[in-house]
Design a protein around this ligand. Structure first.
Ligand SMILES: [Zn+2]
Ligand SMILES: [Zn+2]
Length: 424
């Protein structure tokens, strides 16, 4: 009934009493607990067990837990597994050395139960991870003064907690870096690329996504029907010899081109639903449901300030669609000062996107599709101006290339097993 049924905590400590105590706490949350009492053989045991959290005593009978911590950090397979160091002594210097050795936290014995449960939740709770690979609108802008927020055009990756399926939204120039990262894994890939529409900044990275050239990979590529054709026709249109030396029939991966429907569609571990954005061409606003969480991806969508005062049928439909969403990634290309000169270009002033999301009760909002002419200095100023709205959200930020956002899902919110109070 409790959170972490598929998770394992591995503890290296020669103190049997503390192992028993921690073991009981871990098992009370239905996670598996394995202990080891020395340095020797610990790495081999960790490799075999593949734990989700590692607890290391600082002073082991045959050496220092710090050495073990450093060794673990050098093993790429475990670089994402949190390591907590434990000690009976509270010396600032030890804490500093432990954190410098790659430990994620430092715990002093005796362990306080509630604090420990909180750390367990941090380490073991399932998350949906959103990674921004491109947050620029219109055209890539590799200018030095844009590097803090990033110069690549639209691409976002969604990492699911219980599936190896790749979820990618848009294939702007940011997808190239994602592809390079994925092929380092050196294994067959299977995934879906959900493209909002066929404007350049959402498809120009597609020919540079290297996994498409490998026969071992499988992808489904989704896009709403465009007036000029289906998904395969539109994508092959930008890959004719006039524009590019490679045509789509030279892509070696198995690729299914799909016309994106609006009705909710179930996939393994998630659901996708779509409404049409307010944009000059047929453009999707995607909703992803994973367990009890919803994520909205709307990089190109024009909201007018007047519609906030007098809602149109579209405003009402949009508010209904995003109501209560856990995360919204929305177009904020302009501000209210610039917008009047860009009306009907299909993009929003960030203030309008923010106010609509407040109305819809959105919890975390990322504004994206930054104008190529908005340099870091300008965007930092926008970030400060957003302070007036921050109390209405858990997170309100401008999306930044390379940033990862972790959204806790499902079981962490369940009531605790009888006899234990859940950490707040
Ligand atoms: Zn765009
Ligand atoms: Zn567009």
């Amino acid at each position: 009934m409790s959170p972490y049924r598929s998770k394992t905590v591995f503890m290296v400590d020669d103190d049997l009493a503390i192992c028993e105590l921690i073991g009981n706490l871990v098992e009370s949350k239905n996670a598996r607990f394995v202990s080891w009492n020395r340095m020797e053989g610990a790495i081999e045991a960790i490799k075999e067990i593949e734990p989700d959290l590692i607890l290391l005593d600082l002073h082991l009978p045959d050496g220092s837990g710090l050495h073990l911590c450093k060794e673990l950090n050098e093993l790429s397979a475990f670089s994402d597994v949190p390591v907590y160091m434990l000690t009976t002594r509270e010396f600032a210097i030890e804490r500093e050395i432990a954190l410098n050795s790659g430990a994620d936290a430092f715990l002093q014995k005796p362990i306080e139960r509630e604090a420990f449960f909180q750390l367990l939740e941090e380490a073991l709770c399932d998350t949906v991870d959103l990674k921004f690979w491109g947050v620029r609108g219109s055209t890539p802008c590799a200018n030095r003064e844009n590097m803090e927020y990033g110069g690549n055009t639209s691409c976002m990756q969604v990492l699911l907690p219980v599936s190896d399926d790749l979820l990618i939204f848009d294939s702007g120039s940011g997808i190239r870096n994602l592809g390079n990262e994925l092929i380092k894994m050196n294994k067959p890939l299977q995934g879906r690329i959900f493209i909002t529409h066929a404007h350049w900044d959402h498809i120009q990275g597609f020919p540079f996504f290297k996994p498409l050239y490998m026969p071992r990979n499988h992808f489904a590529v989704h896009m709403p029907q465009q007036w000029s054709g289906r998904t395969d026709e539109v994508l092959s249109g930008q890959m004719t010899f006039t524009y590019f030396p490679v045509t789509t029939d030279m892509l070696k991966a198995h690729i299914d081109y799909e016309t994106q429907k609006h009705a909710a569609q179930q996939y393994e571990g998630y659901e996708i639903e779509v409404i049409a954005a307010n944009h000059p061409v047929a453009t999707a606003i995607y909703k992803v449901r994973v367990k009890d969480r919803t994520i909205i991806y709307a990089p190109d969508n024009e909201i007018k300030q007047a519609w906030l005062e007098e809602p149109t049928p579209f405003t009402n439909q949009l508010i209904d669609f995003i109501r209560g969403a856990d995360v919204v990634i929305h177009d904020g290309q302009y501000n209210r000062a610039i917008y009047p000169d860009r009306e009907n270009w299909g993009h929003s002033a960030w203030e309008d996107a923010v106010e609509l999301c407040i109305e819809a009760g959105v919890k975390n909002l990322f504004l994206t599709h930054h104008d190529p002419d908005s340099d870091d200095q300008f965007l930092s100023k926008v970030d400060k101006e957003m302070d007036t709205y921050r109390r209405d959200f858990n997170t309100l930020q401008l999306a930044k290339e390379g940033e990862l956002f972790k959204l806790k899902v499902g079981v962490c919110e369940e009531p605790a097993a009888a006899g234990y109070s859940e950490p707040k």
